[in-house]
Design a protein. Structure first.
Length: 140
């Protein structure tokens, strides 16, 4: 097990079928099996980045507001704010900066580090999906 605070790449395989003779007879004929998984980066204590947090960052980038991003995702403002706080607390530098409301209305901005995280995690997600497709072709 990794030490506390170390990031772990974690994925969960939900359904898997192989054509190996010893496995094939265990699967019910006529059912369509597929390989499916999710990818996230986490510490021993908390999840750091996953597809939902990635979407939140991209929505904040597009909307310029945590509140509007949350609305777009059908998420409560409190939940979105808690996720942004968690991301910022676990990052070396904040991924999202905020301005309090006032005459100009406040808002939120994805920082350069946040933009880099979006790019890096999207690339990681693409590689993970390619892995799942390759394994599904090999196994199913």
């Amino acid at each position: 097990m990794a030490t506390s605070g170390a990031f772990l790449f974690y994925f969960e395989i939900k359904h898997c079928r192989t054509n190996l003779p010893r496995m094939k007879h265990l699967l019910r004929p006529g059912l369509n099996f597929r390989l499916n998984g999710r990818l996230w980066v986490e510490t021993n204590d908390d999840r750091y980045m996953g597809i939902g947090r990635l979407e939140l960052l991209t929505q904040i980038q597009a909307q310029g507001s945590i509140s509007k991003a949350a609305q777009q995702m059908g998420m409560s403002y409190k939940r979105a704010w808690d996720l942004v706080s968690s991301l910022n607390a676990q990052s070396g530098r904040p991924l999202v900066s905020t301005q309090a409301g006032g005459k100009r209305g406040g808002g939120a901005e994805v920082t350069a580090e946040g933009q880099q995280m979006i790019q890096e995690f999207q690339a990681l997600q693409e590689r993970f999906q390619a892995f799942l497709r390759a394994e599904e072709a090999r196994l199913l």
